[in-house]
Every structure is written in structure tokens, then in C-alpha cells.
Design a protein around this ligand. Structure first.
Ligand SMILES: [Zn+2]
Length: 66
């Protein structure tokens, strides 16, 4: 994982923490979550967007759970 990508990971984690209190103020930004094998953590991703780290999509993630 290159440095730039790692920086984005940290930003995402911070945003996720801050985002909790801002949820509802932001216009309908919905998130889907999955356990990311690249991060070894639960990652929240904007709906319609694939995971930046493992390229999982919400749909493919649901399929995996079956
Ligand atoms: Zn992922």
C-alpha cells in the first residue's frame, strides 16, 4: 500500500468517527459497511462506491455473505 493510499485510509477513519455526529446534517449520504480484509477493520463506504482498498462493492459484499 503506497503512502498516499494509507493517508486516505487514516482520513477515512477520522471522517468515520467525526461523521457520526454529523450524520443527518449531511444530505442523504448513505454508507454501506463491510469487513475489509485489507484494513482488518469495518470500513464505511459511500453507497454506490466500491471499497478503495479491496474493491468490494455493496452488491458483491452481500453476495459473499450468502
Ligand atoms: Zn474493503
Amino acid at each position: 500500500m503506497d503512502r498516499e493510499k494509507h493517508f486516505t485510509v487514516m482520513l477515512k477513519k477520522i471522517f468515520k468517527k467525526i461523521g457520526l455526529s454529523f450524520e443527518g446534517l449531511e444530505s442523504n449520504t448513505q454508507m454501506w459497511e463491510h469487513y475489509c480484509p485489507m484494513e482488518n477493520d469495518i470500513i464505511g463506504t459511500e453507497k454506490g462506491q466500491p471499497c478503495n482498498w479491496c474493491d468490494a462493492t455493496e452488491i458483491s459484499n452481500k453476495n459473499k455473505e450468502r
